[in-house]
Design a protein around this ligand. Structure first.
Ligand SMILES: C[S@@+](CC[C@H](N)C(=O)[O-])C[C@H]1O[C@@H](n2cnc3c(N)ncnc32)[C@H](O)[C@@H]1O
Length: 204
C-alpha cells in the first residue's frame, strides 16, 4: 500500500516536473511544427538512469535497440558506446532529431546508430530486441498493441512509468548519485503478461 502511494506520488511529481521543465521547449516546438502533438515533452533521462536501464535490459552486442522518443539521443549513443549494439532513436520533433544526430556524430557511433524523425505510433516493432521508453503512462498504454508485436524474449525498459496492467519482471528504485532524487525503472520481457486479478480477500 505504502509502495503504491509512493509510486503514485512519484508519477505525479514526474509529470509535473516534465510539464514544468519542458513547457517552453514544447510550446516553441509545437508552434514551429504545427504537426500532431507529441505524446510526451522532452525531459532527458539522467545518465545514471540510462546506465541502469541498459544494464537491466541485459544488452548483447547483436541486439537491436529502439528508443521511442529519443530526445537528445543519449540512450542510443550510450547503448552503442557501452555495448557495441545497433540502435535506432525515433523522435517526432526535428529539433530533437538534430540534437541526436549531433550527439551521434560527437561520439562517433554513426556506424551503429540511426536517428529517424518519425511518429512512434507508426512504427513496426517486429524487429528490435530491446525497447526503451521515457514517455507518459497513457502514451505507454497506447503503444501496447505495437509492443505486443515484439519477438518473444525482447525486453522493454521504461523510466518511471508502467505499461497498463502488464506485470513487470522487475521494478528497480534507484537513487541519484547525490542521493537527492530517485527514479523507478521497469523491465518486461515479452510475451507480456497480464497482472493476476486480485481475489476477494485482496490476495492474487
Ligand atoms: C521524456 S523525452 C525522453 C527522451 C529520451 N528517451 C530519454 O530518456 O532521455 C520524450 C521524447 O519523446 C518525443 N516524442 C513524444 N511524442 C512522440 C511521438 N509521437 N513520436 C516520436 N517521438 C515523440 C519527444 O519529442 C521527446 O523528445
Amino acid at each position: 500500500m505504502h509502495r503504491k502511494i509512493v509510486t503514485i506520488a512519484m508519477a505525479l511529481g514526474m509529470i509535473l516536473a516534465m510539464l514544468a521543465g519542458a513547457g517552453c521547449t514544447q510550446r516553441q516546438d509545437q508552434k514551429a511544427q504545427n504537426k500532431p502533438k507529441p505524446g510526451a515533452p522532452f525531459v532527458p533521462s539522467p545518465q545514471f538512469v540510462v546506465d541502469k536501464m541498459l544494464e537491466m535490459a541485459q544488452i548483447k552486442k547483436d541486439d537491436l535497440l529502439y528508443d521511442l522518443g529519443c530526445g537528445d539521443g543519449r540512450i542510443v549513443v550510450t547503448a552503442a558506446k557501452k555495448y557495441g549494439c545497433k540502435a535506432v532513436g525515433f523522435d517526432i520533433n526535428p529539433d530533437r532529431v538534430k540534437e541526436s544526430l549531433e550527439n551521434v556524430r560527437k561520439n562517433q557511433v554513426q556506424h551503429l546508430v540511426k536517428i529517424v524523425q518519425q511518429d512512434i505510433f507508426e512504427l513496426d516493432l517486429s524487429k528490435p530486441d530491446v525497447i526503451t521508453l521515457y514517455l507518459l503512462p497513457e502514451v505507454n498504454e497506447k503503444l501496447i498493441p505495437q509492443l505486443e508485436n515484439l519477438k518473444p524474449g525482447s525486453r522493454i525498459v521504461s523510466h518511471d512509468f508502467g505499461l497498463g496492467s502488464f506485470e513487470p519482471d522487475e521494478i528497480v528504485y534507484i537513487k541519484s548519485p547525490d542521493r537527492k532524487s530517485s527514479r523507478l525503472i521497469y523491465l518486461w520481457t515479452t510475451p507480456l503478461k497480464k497482472e493476476a486479478p486480485l481475489k476477494k480477500d485482496g490476495m492474487k
